[in-house]
Design a protein around this ligand. Structure first.
Ligand SMILES: [Zn+2]
Length: 239
């Protein structure tokens, strides 16, 4: 057996910009990749989504892209995909109804919690299958969403969470994300459900594990903030 060591520049590059890559090869790389992802998100997804393509196949990317598009149209017509779409459609109808019944009230509560008025704008919610977890604001007017209803008002609470990401698009610090979780995952959930406690709902932990420590540190200040009519959420984050 013999080992041959190779470098494929495309692969080295694509591997380093893959979104699952949380480490930096050197200082400044993160900034560089963030810039290209922000400017060309679709192209980056396509190129880096499965970065190994560049070493497994020697064909040009344009050939793969063309083939992929053809296959996509074929697959869309198959029975499993029809079933997937059918179930997603049913879920979308449920979600629409749920939001039409409870959305406005949730937004009112959110304005009370943030002590700010929410911008008048339309946000598109692209719905995916409810048994596959999804939930993300992908730009300043688009949310992708689909999730099991783990507890009462789950979708309402997390749609509000993603709306907050859109409102605070320009602040991506862990403090602002932790504050979003305090405001929506916790305070809003408890208000809507008229019961519950911070960081736990039934058998579920609430919020991202990584942020919970930050949130617990912020909590005393957050409780004071809620009782202080003179401070809004932006001021809370900035402090
Ligand atoms: Zn979030």
């Amino acid at each position: 057996m013999e080992l041959k060591f190779l470098i494929d520049p495309k692969y080295v590059f694509l591997h380093a910009i893959n979104q699952n890559q949380h480490k930096e090869p050197f200082k400044g790389w993160g900034n560089f990749t963030m810039k290209i992802w922000d400017k060309y998100p679709q192209e980056c997804y396509l190129l880096a989504g499965y970065s190994e393509w560049s070493i497994i196949t020697k064909s040009r990317f344009s050939t793969i892209a063309k083939n992929a598009e053809k296959l996509l149209n074929v697959w869309l017509k198959t029975d499993p995909v029809k079933k997937l779409l059918n179930e997603t459609e049913k879920y979308k109808n449920w979600l629409e109804k749920e939001w039409s019944q409870k959305g406005q009230n949730a937004l009112n509560e959110l304005e009370e919690i943030t002590k700010s008025s929410l911008p008048q704008q339309t946000i598109s919610i692209y719905v995916t299958h409810p048994k596959l977890n999804n939930g993300m604001a992908i730009d300043t007017k688009t949310i992708v969403w689909g999730h099991t209803e783990d507890w009462k008002n789950y979708s309402i609470v997390y749609l509000c969470h993603e709306i907050m990401h859109i409102v605070f698009w320009n602040t991506k610090s862990s403090t602002s994300h932790a504050t979003i979780e305090l405001a929506t995952d916790n305070e809003l959930r408890i208000r809507l459900n008229k019961k519950g406690r911070y960081f736990r709902e039934g058998k579920f932990d609430i919020g991202h594990n990584k942020l919970r420590e930050v949130e617990k540190k912020l909590l005393p200040r957050w409780k004071k903030y809620l009782e202080n009519p003179k401070m809004n959420i932006k001021q809370f984050i900035q402090k």
